[in-house]
Design a protein around this ligand. Sequence first.
Ligand SMILES: [Zn+2]
Length: 375
Amino acid sequence: MSRGHFYARLEESDWKFVRRVASMQSFDAAIVKAPYLADYPESDSRHGQPTDRLTEALGERGFSWALDPATALFGHPRAAEWASPRARSCPMAAALPLPWDPGLIIGDDEAALELLSRAEAIQRNATAFSVPYLEVRKPGEGHLEANCSLIGMGAELAGDRRVLAYLQTLRGELLRGRAIEAARRMIAAGAQTIAIRIRSLRPESLEDIVAYLELVAFIEDRGVRAVADSVGLLGPTLVAGGADAFSSGARYFQAVPKTLLSRWQEPDHHHEEDAEDRGGGRPILYQVPGTLIETPHQELDDSVAACPVEGCKASAPGAGRRERRDHNLHDFKRRGREAAALGYGYADVLRTLPGDRPAVWARALDQVAERRRAV
Ligand SMILES: [Zn+2]
């Protein structure tokens, strides 16, 4: 049965939030993007500032964390020109010439080991060992083989930590069943936890959600943990279908970015994960408990359901961004627990919620549950 864990996808500046507000009811553990741990380049106004404040704060507050190596972009054909100076300052970026060549990772053990040891050095305090990865694309391009080769070698470096492998791929690969084939090979290579990242997923599409649920069930049936990464309010549905955990941020990281890499000089508004690096970013909405609705805090009034989490200050007078951030996270955590306890029966909860998406997600759970009963 799913543990229904919720992993907070924290933003770079969240160390203040973690230190002052986050509690054990906010989230179970955190996922930290590798570029956040890299030195700020000289062109950055934060040059010289410490880069371990987030992981330090997590450690101080007793949270465990895992790394997202976030290396898929280095396989983009234009990585050398388009990657931001910050992304390139990540020690892993320079382990191999840009763009990363899957053939080099497969064929040159020394290059692969250099990459893995750089990855290891930035996640010594993490709970799992996260393996650097490329985006899995069409068969024959070598990306999956490169990932599997790194997983196999990484298993030796992991020691007693779990081997956490990322399966980042495109919606089309999910729908064609090739994501399942990729998961099968990653498990054979030694993956013990698979963080799933589906680019261009359509959460309103029944076909997409059924395929995602089948991928999750395939992984869990093999005794490997599936983590639905950056899925926002879809997360509890995937947990109901067996995912061990899901991750989301309080405002960003609620979907995998549509673009693998956008030219950094021309900010791409779809690429929201990096928006906070440019300061500001969009406001944090309030997740209305018991619905799949988010609302601006200005619209909070008595008609909006109160949060059942004890001590929640999101709707108290004077509540600010930190209180709303904490609320959205503990709201995810609470929903994940509920979905894990109900399993496929979570469809009944979804059917009571307003809007089109919950109805689609309920049908997807029903379909997959029925197929599995028939086997
Ligand atoms: Zn709350």
